[in-house]
Design a protein around this ligand. Structure first.
Ligand code: FRU
Length: 533
């Protein structure tokens, strides 16, 4: 990190930490701790967002305003385990390079600050800013730890806070909470959008085993509109972190509504995961005829993901841009509650997924949500020359590469029967397998490195059904960043994200042809990636 940036960053974190109510450390030792957050620590992601120190979980409040993408996140600034939740804050101009900002929201008399969203109130409907200077309004859950201890169910309520300086400082609304709890356990994670058709704010909120939709004209006073999902989708665990948004079906003029719901536990490969529903929204109700359970990502480590807030362009006119590119951009937390608090990092815990663009496709009368790295990711590539080779029936080809722990691996192939093994000289390996007989893609991290911190981390091979790949060549794109792997098959039709903790970087990659006929690997690019810090 350049010296000036590092000094600013240190000062900024110090301000945040110094204003924490319960300070454990002297400011001298805090300085030392911050100085030592070099972003070169073992397992520190080089091109993914991670907090400088301490515990992080869900992404929160994702909003673009005045040329800046904001990323807030669930943060406990005193330990690398979950604790009283704050909102940490970082900003970016390109969704790749991040600058850390002071903590945005602190626990207050209403409780800890759980997950939520931020909207740009461009019409100043809340009256918390002005038309000339529209407020950013954060809508989040208050979690009252005392209430939780009392055994009652009503300890989660919804509150708001606002910022008039593009997110630098936040003022909690004095009449919080804005939605009281009427005895519903797990009543949380408000995600708000502007419903242009009905000219009103709509909030999706979870209530244990279902979604509730609430409406408002001013972000302060809310009315319940409807419920969805008690008997729909996966219910292996509690529903969390909803997000409801409209997407155009690619190649058509049709528009559908997509509802993301994270559940924990109950994901297809264990622990936490994010399902989605595709349907319609009439301003009051979300409806769908979808019967299958669908997952945005089949890997174990993409949870609580939501998308950047956007306003319809006709709401703000041509003079203002709230959504450059008009893309629907998703970020998830790259971990899993099954073992998140035990992973083998020391200074900080966990990272976010690479930001992904979501697109909707219709395949055989069903809607499928694709997720694929946003275009600005390409700027991280150090270009190399593409290779092409054939592998004889049941043969293999091994490629040595020093950069495999901070790299993008891309190729196209028509084969549906191959294995790819990432290896180091300690005998540790991660194996990806495409199996046409079983119509499965497998991710095996059983001997990938350090796995013994939790029994559930590597006790089985992760599976993803592959039912609809094109007959001809398709792309496989893999991102590896020291302690994570993200696999995007056929431009994001099938996606798997997982954490890995090899004790030494992987330095060779073996392609194995699992069929008796020769296969071709085309356009193989192993691109080293620039670090973002
Ligand atoms: C999801 C979640 C949310 C909650 C937050 C608390 O990971 O459990 O439902 O708001 O984390 O940190």
């Amino acid at each position: 990190m350049p010296r000036l940036k590092k000094m600013l960053f240190t000062a900024c974190i110090l301000i945040s930490l110094n204003s924490c109510k319960e300070k454990k450390d002297s400011s001298k030792s805090i300085t030392q701790e911050i100085e030592s957050a070099t972003y070169t620590e073992t397992y520190r992601p080089q091109f993914h967002f991670s907090p400088p120190r301490y515990w992080m979980n869900d992404p929160n409040g994702m909003v673009y305003h005045k040329g800046i993408y904001h990323l807030f996140y669930q943060f406990y600034p005193e330990d690398i385990k979950w604790g009283p939740m704050h909102w940490g804050h970082a900003i970016s101009k390109d969704l790749m390079h991040w600058e850390h900002k002071p903590i945005a929201l602190y626990p207050d008399k209403n409780g800890y600050i759980f997950s939520g969203s931020v909207v740009l109130d461009i019409g100043n409907t809340s009256g918390l800013g002005s038309i000339e200077d529209p407020p950013l309004v954060a809508i989040f859950t208050y979690h009252d730890p005392e209430g939780e201890k009392s055994g009652e169910k009503d300890f989660q309520t919804q509150g708001i806070a606002y910022s008039l300086d593009n997110g630098d400082t936040w003022t909690p609304y004095k009449e919080n909470p804005v939605i009281e709890n009427v005895g519903v356990k797990d009543f949380r994670d408000p995600k708000v959008f502007w419903d242009d058709h009905n000219q009103a704010w709509v909030m999706s909120l979870v209530a244990g085993d279902h979604l509730q939709l609430w409406g408002s004209n001013n972000l302060k006073s809310w009315t319940k509109l409807s419920e969805f999902g008690k008997k729909r989708g996966a219910h292996g665990g509690v529903w969390e972190c909803p997000d409801l948004f409209k997407l155009k079906v690619e190649g058509t003029d049709e528009e559908k509504w997509v509802l993301l719901i994270s559940i924990n536990p109950g994901a297809p490969n264990g622990g936490s995961g994010t399902q989605y529903f595709v349907g319609d929204f009439d301003g009051e109700r979300f409806t769908t005829d979808q019967t299958a359970v669908k997952w945005i990502d089949w890997g174990t480590d993409n949870y609580a993901g939501v998308t950047y807030h956007t306003l319809p362009q006709n709401y703000y006119g041509d003079t203002y841009d709230n959504n450059p590119g008009q893309d629907r951009i998703f970020i998830g937390w790259m971990s899993n509650w099954a073992y998140a608090q035990e992973t083998p990092t020391k200074m900080w815990r966990s990272a976010m997924t690479i930001p992904r663009k979501l697109s909707l496709y219709k395949e055989d009368d069903t809607y499928i949500l694709y997720s694929y790295p946003v275009a600005s990711f390409d700027s991280l590539r150090v270009e190399t020359t593409a290779k092409e080779f054939q592998i004889v029936g049941n043969g293999s080809e091994r490629i040595a590469s020093e950069n495999l722990n901070q790299a993008e691996i891309r190729f196209t192939t028509a084969s549906k029967d191959f294995a790819l093994t990432f290896m180091n000289d300690k005998g540790e390996e991660t194996v990806l397998t495409m199996n046409s007989d079983q119509r499965l893609f497998l991710l095996d991290r059983i001997v990938s490195g350090v796995t013994d911190f939790d029994e559930s981390f590597a006790n089985k091979i992760q599976q993803m059904p592959i039912t609809n790949l094109p007959e001809d060549a398709y792309e496989v794109r893999i991102l590896i960043d020291r302690s994570s792997i993200e696999v995007f098959i056929n431009k994001g039709q099938y996606v798997m994200t997982a954490q890995l903790f090899p004790t030494k970087p992987y330095t060779s990659l073996e392609f194995e042809n699992a069929s008796a006929i020769p296969i071709t690997i085309e356009n193989l690019n192993i691109n080293p990636l620039k670090r973002i810090w």
